[in-house]
Design a protein around this ligand. Structure first.
Ligand code: TRP
Length: 331
């Protein structure tokens, strides 16, 4: 039986991914490459919707790709590429823009949230057409599944609607992909505000564990993490959100069960416990930053890997694009 195909993407909007990204999606990407035909894309064109210094965007795109390899994506097992290296994405996006209703695009909740927050005069048209470019990212590769977080469900639904519309109006070109909402391996919260999800949009990075943090920085973040009254190390999300979050992090990375951890640390103080969690995290992250740095120090090799990825992606993408162009009447 042939392998099911998956496609997913991540924006290069920060220097480093964080522990929430890793346990929430990226670790699953790594697992999926084993028994799927997996396409993973660093979506730098999407990142243009937020104004970024050009040098920084370029660096973040390379850093994102390097980190994905460092956490275990193997370019021999999956197709890892940068979106802007495959021009078919923009080419198909235009076709889709012309078959997507203005009202339909206006209903995207992510767009509504972002435009409400910043005000209509301060956002760009790219933010509006963002989900249509995402539809092109996806449909070019004819995937069976699109593994994404819950926040992307509506964009994948739009993608399916666009594909169905194209197929019924013009020609059956597109496979209709299913969203596969990734189950997070652990619900990780901010170390400074343990009732809020760990997120890059936090007001301070003090509670966000970044994959590329130095061991010293990681230790410091754990040592100054917010804990709770009392001194028992016990999982209780309501009464002890801080300690519960630390237990969750330890368990997700060490593989030990929460119950085992509770007995291992019974009678120990918060300070010792925090140091132990930091140690587990550092042991996981250190090789990842080391590998990322090695890749960043060898730009020729990284660029060779990405250009291979782009070539593999282009072969699939250009076949789909050609069929779509022809079906819609482009001579
Ligand atoms: N919009 C997605 C996000 O912010 C990123 C993305 C772009 C994507 N293109 C994609 C995800 C294609 C899956 C498939 O998370």
């Amino acid at each position: 039986m042939s392998k099911k195909r998956v496609l997913s993407g991540i924006q290069p909007t920060h220097d480093s991914f964080h522990l929430g990204n890793y346990l929430g999606a990226l670790k699953q990407w790594v697992d999926m490459q084993e028994n799927h035909d997996a396409f993973y894309c660093v979506v730098d064109l999407h990142a243009l919707t937020v104004e970024t210094d050009p040098k920084l965007l370029k660096k973040r795109t390379l850093l994102s790709a390097a980190q994905l390899i460092a956490i275990g994506l193997d370019p021999n097992k999956c197709t890892l590429f940068v979106q802007s290296h495959v021009p078919a994405h923009n080419q198909l996006a235009w076709v889709f823009e012309c078959i997507t209703g203005f009202g339909e695009a206006s209903r995207m909740t992510q767009f509504k949230d972002k435009s409400q927050k910043s005000g209509a005069d301060r956002i760009n048209v790219g933010l509006f057409t963002y989900p249509i470019l995402q539809a092109a990212d996806i449909l070019l590769y004819q995937p069976d599944f699109v593994p994404v977080g819950e926040d992307q469900r509506q964009h994948v639904e739009l993608t399916r609607d666009i594909a169905q519309r194209f197929n019924s109006k013009y020609k059956e070109i597109f496979n209709i992909p299913k969203p596969e909402i990734i189950k997070s391996l652990a619900k990780i919260n901010d170390l400074q505000d343990p009732t809020a999800k760990m997120s890059k949009s936090a007001s301070s990075m003090a509670g966000v564990i970044e994959l590329l943090d130095t061991p010293e920085a990681t230790l410091k973040k754990f040592k100054s993490s917010v804990t709770d009254n009392g001194k028992e190390i016990k999982f209780d999300e309501k009464l002890k959100p801080g300690i519960s979050n630390l237990l969750t992090i330890h368990s997700a990375l060490s593989g030990k069960s929460i119950t085992d951890l509770e007995s291992e640390f019974s009678g120990k103080g918060y300070g010792d416990f925090k140091a132990a969690v930091a140690e587990v995290v550092i042991a996981k992250l250190e090789p990842i930053s080391k590998r990322t740095n090695e890749l960043m120090d060898d730009p020729a090799e990284l660029s060779r890997v990405l250009s291979n990825g782009a070539q593999k992606a282009s072969e699939v993408a250009s076949t789909t694009l050609k069929a779509a162009y022809s079906a819609i009447g482009l001579a």
